[in-house]
Ligand binder design. Structure first.
Ligand SMILES: Nc1ncnc2c1ncn2[C@@H]1O[C@H](COP(=O)(O)OP(=O)(O)OP(=O)(O)O)[C@@H](O)[C@H]1O
Ligand SMILES: O=P(O)(O)OC[C@@]1(O)O[C@H](CO)[C@@H](O)[C@@H]1O
Length: 302
């Protein structure tokens, strides 16, 4: 079974303001609200690709109820822990010439609710896949993912982590099967500006030396690079198309990678499916459907 954990789910309020001006009243010409948060997006795209998962994490208040309703409307299984106070965040995404995001901090998660998550996760079995994705509320320590993985060490679980900075660095020693930094996140992790593919690949090898198995570096419209545990380096441009909404493109890529890998344990196939899923989401108003991913895969070489 695949489990995704989103510590800090959100309603993504996506608003179109073609001529956005800071410091002025802007009028939007379109808006929509989607259930989001990185792990949740992974669960939705997995479902669209025909794979079951259970979305775990913390929700609070009416926004939390709406997040849960939204995720379930895709047919996803959820087992969220409800907080007794606070509100799940609303993340503002302004689509203009560039995309601007304002992500909320999120509610306070009390100790007993974290323990509830630990107890849920203690039910995982050998062979399960655990996806830890997204930020944690500022009230939680940066070793939160580390604490989770420490408790699961004895089990043969494949771990996927899509997080940034210290949250990610702290878990590399648990040999995550997959991490998916984008270029900026990789630069932050390696503490240097990365010029060109060679430097990106070297930075990935440094992360492998710290424990990461497969590193999928997403490069937005420039595609992606996979530095694999078998020593292979795969590189691909992104398919061309009209970009509509890149929110969740990276999460779709993680879902696509997993779906592709689980088909016959082939890393090149995982890589291709990851790119197709990421780009299919970028070319669509909503997260990619199975049909959209298959159609894009057919247009890709190799
Ligand atoms: N402009 C684009 N054109 C084509 N494909 C894109 C574009 N932007 C993203 N993608 C696809 O989605 C993948 C992931 O995108 P990106 O690098 O933006 O992830 P990210 O920064 O993690 O995004 P997010 O945090 O919004 O989920 C890319 O590797 C590519 O396959
Ligand atoms: O604040 P975090 O947890 O880092 O990211 C949250 C978020 O930006 O990630 C998803 C896109 O990847 C969105 O659905 C959501 O709003």
């Amino acid at each position: 079974m695949i489990y995704t954990v989103t510590f800090n789910p959100a309603l993504d309020y996506i608003t179109d303001v073609p001529d956005f001006r800071e410091g002025e009243i802007n009028r939007s010409c379109g808006e929509k609200i989607l259930s989001g948060g990185k792990g949740i997006n992974v669960s939705i795209v997995l479902k669209n690709l025909g794979l079951e998962s259970t979305a775990l994490g913390f929700i609070a208040g009416f926004t939390g109820d709406e997040i849960e309703r939204g995720v379930r409307s895709f047919g996803c299984n959820t087992d969220f822990i409800k907080l007794n106070s606070g509100l799940s965040r609303i993340n503002l995404k302004i689509r203009s010439k560039h995309e601007t995001a304002v992500n909320g901090g999120g509610p306070l998660i009390p100790r007993e609710k974290i323990d509830e998550l630990f107890s849920q996760l203690s039910g995982l079995s050998d062979g399960d896949i655990l996806v830890l994705a997204g930020s944690i509320p500022p009230s939680l320590p940066a070793d939160t993912y580390e604490t989770i993985l420490e408790r699961l060490q004895e089990k043969k679980i494949r771990i996927v982590v899509d997080a940034t900075g210290q949250l990610l660095l702290n878990v590399l020693k648990f040999r995550p099967f997959l991490i998916k930094p984008n270029r900026e996140e990789l630069e932050e992790l390696s503490g240097r500006v990365l010029k060109g593919e060679k430097e990106i690949i070297l930075a990935c090898k440094d992360l492998q030396a710290l424990g990461a198995c497969n590193i999928l570096v997403s490069l937005g419209g420039d595609g992606a690079i996979l530095v694999s545990e078998t020593g292979g380096v795969y590189q691909s441009a992104a398919p061309r198309g009209k970009v509509v909404n890149t929110v969740g493109a990276g999460d779709s890529m993680v879902a696509g990678f997993l779906a592709g890998y689980l088909r016959n344990k082939s890393l090149p196939e995982a890589f291709r499916t990851g790119i197709a899923a990421g780009s299919a989401s970028a070319f669509s108003e909503n997260l990619a459907t199975g049909k959209e991913v298959s159609a894009l895969l057919k247009t890709m070489k190799g």
